[in-house]
Design a protein around this ligand. Structure first.
Ligand code: FES
Length: 158
């Protein structure tokens, strides 16, 4: 007896099911990949990883006494953050965060006026305690611990 043609016979069902399974798998993979791409940055934003320099760090050498004569200062990086270091005549070497408390510009040392100056909106800070002298900054610059060992000047980022 000759075999009848059956559209759903095993010979045609096998490849159809395999193709369907492949498409379903690809669809599932693309859904998982999309969700992973969306959820991972959200999780990273909500729970950022602790950075190597987060929190209090070890003292970092910012220069030598010869590089900071009395009345001079400059902005130096300490653990990837800008710090303004000033050698004041009255109180010795001082260090402050160089990130302006107004809108976050980087302050600079104004040697002529002997102040820490924010060039963005003319915010002015004291080199002795970081206090606001004038301008829009709402708070003083945070002071950072300074230590001098021999000729080397160290600043600790807190
Ligand atoms: S950002 Fe420094 S004064 Fe505005």
């Amino acid at each position: 007896m000759p075999e009848e043609f059956q559209p759903n016979s095993n010979s045609s069902k096998g490849p159809t099911m395999s193709r369907r399974r492949l498409i379903t798998s690809l669809l599932g993979f693309s859904i998982v990949a999309t969700l992973g791409g969306v959820v991972t940055p959200i999780i990273g934003y909500l729970w950022p990883p602790k950075r190597a320099f987060g929190g209090k760090s070890e003292p970092v050498q910012v220069g030598t006494a010869g590089e900071f004569p009395v009345g001079q200062g400059k902005v130096v990086p300490v653990n990837d953050k800008p710090v303004v270091v000033v050698n004041t005549e009255q109180e010795g070497v001082k260090a402050f965060s160089a990130i302006c408390t107004h809108l976050g510009c980087i302050v600079e040392w104004d040697e002529n006026r002997q102040i820490i100056l924010c060039p963005c909106h003319d915010g002015r800070f004291s080199p002795f305690n970081g206090a606001v002298i004038s301008g829009p900054p709402p708070a003083p610059l945070p002071e950072l611990p300074v230590s001098v060992e021999g000729d080397a000047i160290y600043v600790t980022q807190i």
